[in-house]
Design a protein around this ligand. Structure first.
Ligand code: SF4
Length: 351
């Protein structure tokens, strides 16, 4: 009988899971036989996995219960009106998931006679099931040996093996290591155990190595938060642009931005093609320099130079616009980029 630290990794993980698994509404108790005769069982696993993407367990629980109460099977969900599902999803975020949820339910109904396929490759072919979700459903719902790698699993494996290659480049290596660690039996419990370990013990900021079941041979234990190594963030590119404040008789000229592209369909101040979109017709030449603002988008930083123009009657105005009372500019619903420009222009003015 091997001493505990020499037992295979999966054995120690599963033993820990049997004693400490989180009780969650979409889970069976650890080690319990899978209800493979119940056609709604994979549906429940799949629904929970889709809801849990980018979303916390606490946020998912009430939505999961409400969806199951209203649509207890994949066929029931497939028959739901799109608007009902979108409304039921409201508040959970990442709405593409809800659209994919319906597309997937209908694909299961129409292409698989209302039963989820058990094989990872067939699951992967369904709408909205990426590599992670297909592997998770195959392992957890059907007991298939599948290699399930989410952020928690990556962290545990990177620490345990002290993987010093940075993410995201290290992903194939971490997947290969997880593959080696994954047992042939209870692969679903193993996946859930690794996720639970990452969520409760091998946490991102303060891992509790003292109570970890795989601490004895953990190569990263002396510096756990040094793993996984992250690639240095690329510097955010910078852009420059021009924006016009065109005023006449206490009103400012606002334009409606094109429906597609950045800040699509929103009211805005006229500006040049800093966003890479088509240049608005009728932009004025010159104007008085009136300061600048800086704004940071996810993918770039932007400095807009402001040009103030006294818009004389009869002058050419940028297309697709309207006069808006300056004193009511806060009610125009300007995106924050242009709200900053308005604030800069109105600095020091009495309301
Ligand atoms: S010993 Fe610490 S760093 Fe290593 S796997 Fe366990 S909790 Fe994570």
């Amino acid at each position: 009988m091997p001493v505990e630290s020499e037992a295979p990794f999966a054995h120690r993980i599963l033993r820990w899971f049997d004693a400490h698994a989180r009780a969650l509404p979409w889970r069976l108790p650890p080690g319990e036989p899978l209800p493979l005769d119940d056609p709604d069982w994979p549906y429940r696993v799949w629904l929970s996995e889709i809801m849990l993407q980018q979303t916390t367990v606490a946020a998912v629980k009430p939505y999961y219960a409400a969806f199951l109460a209203r649509w207890p099977s994949v066929v029931a969900l497939a028959g739901a009106a799109d608007s009902d599902v979108m409304a039921a999803w409201a508040g959970l975020g990442y709405y593409a998931r809800a659209r994919n949820l319906l597309a997937c339910a209908r694909a299961v109904r129409d292409q698989h006679e209302g039963r989820f396929p058990a094989q990872e490759a067939a699951l992967r072919a369904l709408p909205g099931l990426g590599a992670y979700t297909a592997a998770a459903v195959a392992a957890i719902a059907f007991g298939q040996r599948a290699v399930v790698v989410d952020g928690n699993v990556e962290r545990v494996v990177a620490r345990h093996h002290a993987v010093d290659a940075p993410l995201p480049g290290a992903k194939p290596q971490l997947r290969a290591l997880t593959d080696k660690l994954t047992p042939d039996h209870r692969a679903g419990d193993f996946a859930q155990a690794m996720m639970d370990l990452g969520a409760t013990i091998c946490t991102p900021r303060s891992p509790a190595c003292g109570i970890c079941p795989v601490a004895a041979d953990c190569a990263g234990r002396l510096d756990p938060t040094g793993f996984p190594v992250k690639a240095p963030k690329k510097a955010r590119p910078e852009r420059q642009g021009l924006v016009w404040w065109m005023e006449r008789n206490g009103q400012v000229w606002l334009v409606r931005r094109p429906e597609t592209g950045m800040l699509g369909g929103m009211l805005a101040l006229p500006s040049d093609d800093w966003d890479g979109g088509a240049r608005v017709a009728g932009l004025p030449e010159g104007g008085e320099e009136a300061g600048s603002i800086r704004h940071v988008f996810t993918h770039f930083g932007l400095t807009l130079e402001i040009r103030a123009v006294e818009a004389a009657p009869g002058c050419t105005l940028p297309e697709g616009g309207q006069w808006w009372p300056v004193r009511k500019i806060a009610q125009a619903g300007l995106p924050s980029l242009f709200a900053k420009v308005a604030a800069e222009m109105l600095k020091g003015r009495t309301p």
